[in-house]
Design a binder for this molecule. Structure first.
Ligand code: GDP
Ligand code: IMO
Ligand code: MG
Length: 420
């Protein structure tokens, strides 16, 4: 058996949580491979909305194993809060959730460093979620980090103090003042909770399950345009959000990968700074934000909104090797008389399909206009019953990308999903 990967093709918040939850019945393991509490994955069933940050989106399905992979950075305080909010008994959760001993830990001081660095950047702020992601991955690559497996070591407390005191010195140099004691209490309570879970080398678990013919769904966080290497650096996150990240973030061979599901919104959004060629700073952008409730699931910040960007989508498909596309939030486009799609970029007077390297390059989107549809589609469950103009929109994107769109999502609930 093989691994399927589901990941975002835009700037995050494409609807990954909803689809992972909807697809979970088809899998034995659901595994997060990168990112951390910067993610906010929403899913909805029985009229209740859940937002997950660290915990994989298969957690609500009994009998499934959810793995927090080695590529994830884990904040024990956030972990504890999330476990408390799930409404699932702890005894059951300890059966459903396994944590990689190699996942690096976010310390309270990592969060402070994140805030201190952003403060120093002034108008060049990345717009980080301030969850400590960048500083934690920095310590990982500089080989100073603490990992989940370390919590069982006799000298864990000393290891913690060593790393934390170095950070505090740095924070002093950065003239950043904050009281660590209130964060530390929650953090150590989170460590105590972690000890109740299986913390192990999950690469064995995943590979053993694959050998036994089980199916794995790898759940990405963020999106391709926020990838550390291929996003609009430095306005990116600090991990590889692309399909290759699933191999390093879970400990599996590229040979085990089967399908790569690329998920995108029928339009575009971005939170935080950085280039966004199709951004609409007008009433249409405002309308998309209002209709789509485009406010961050982690920070509550308003998301920047714009039309679909095909050069960026084609780029993401290329980098990831996407085999199927899933189009989300199609219902939000109901009611527009015309829908625009950016089919190429005009840079220095020339039409190009490639993203310029320079974040400051003046990019003028070249739009193709398609007729919209007015019907409320949230109750529709069959592709053929969708308005003709929406089907034309779907088929236009398929033609422009060369990849089939096999899911059209028409609402936040797990059942508001049309499979083709
Ligand atoms: P993720 O980070 O990729 O999991 O996405 P988020 O949860 O941050 O943001 C997606 C938002 O859109 C959430 O509020 C979802 O409940 C919602 N959502 C997902 N799919 C659909 C859809 O097809 N239609 C509508 N209206 N909302 C959706
Ligand atoms: P999900 O998994 C949208 C953005 C932040 C910021 C940049 C760096 O819900 O799609 P970081 O905290 O990682 O240092 O922030 O990345 N960002 C996200 N945007 N969805 C996310 O996750 C994001 N995680 C980080 O807004 O611009
Ligand atoms: Mg999100």
């Amino acid at each position: 058996m093989k691994i399927d990967i589901l990941l975002g093709l835009q700037w995050g918040d494409e609807g990954k949580g909803k689809i992972v939850d909807a697809l979970s019945p088809d899998y034995d393991i659901i595994a997060r491979f990168q990112g951390g509490p910067n993610a906010g994955h929403s899913l909805e069933f029985n009229n209740i909305k859940h937002i997950l940050h660290l915990i994989p989106s298969g957690i609500f399905h009994p009998g499934k194993i959810n793995i927090i992979g080695n590529g994830v950075v884990l904040d024990p305080a956030v972990f504890r809060q999330e476990i408390d909010n799930l409404g699932i008994p702890l005894e059951e959760l300890t059966k459903r959730l396994v944590i990689s001993s190699r996942a690096n830990l976010i310390l309270p001081t990592h969060r402070m460093l994140d805030a201190a660095y952003e403060q120093k950047k002034g108008h060049l702020k990345i717009g980080s979620t301030l969850k400590g992601i960048g500083p934690t991955y920095t310590d990982k690559t500089s080989r100073n980090g603490l990992r989940a497996g370390d919590i069982m070591l006799k000298d864990f407390r000393q290891m913690y103090e060593g790393l934390s005191s170095g950070h505090l010195e740095l924070l002093r140099q950065l003239e950043y003042e904050s009281d660590i004691s209130k964060y530390e209490k929650d953090w150590f309570a989170g460590i105590d909770l972690l000890k109740k879970f299986r913390v192990e080398n999950t690469e064995y678990l995943i590979n053993d399950m694959l050998s036994a013919g089980r199916k794995v769904l790898a759940e990405g966080a963020q999106g391709t345009m926020l990838d550390l290497d291929f996003g609009s650096y430095p306005y990116v996150t600090s991990s590889n959000t692309i399909s290759a990240g699933a191999c390093t973030g879970l400990g599996v061979s590229p040979k085990t990968i089967d399908e790569i599901f690329g998920i995108f919104k029928a339009y575009c959004t971005r939170v935080g700074s950085g280039p966004f060629p199709t951004e609409l700073n007008d009433e249409t952008g405002e309308l998309l934000r209002k209709k789509g409730s485009e406010f961050g699931a982690t920070t509550g910040r308003p998301r920047r909104c714009g039309w679909l960007d095909l050069p960026a989508l084609r780029y993401a498909i290329m980098i990831n090797g996407v085999t199927r596309l899933f189009m989300m939030k199609s219902d939000i486009l109901s009611g527009f008389s015309t829908i625009k799609v950016c089919s190429s970029y005009r840079v220095n007077g020339q039409d190009v399909d490639q993203r310029p390297y320079d974040n400051n390059a003046a990019i003028e989107p070249v739009y193709t206009e398609l007729p919209g549809w007015q019907e409320d589609i949230t109750g529709i469950r069959k592709y053929n019953e969708l308005p003709l103009n929406l089907r034309n929109y779907v088929e236009f994107i398929e033609k422009q990308t060369g990849i089939p769109i096999t899911i059209v999502s028409v609402g936040p609930d797990r059942n508001s999903t049309i499979f083709r």
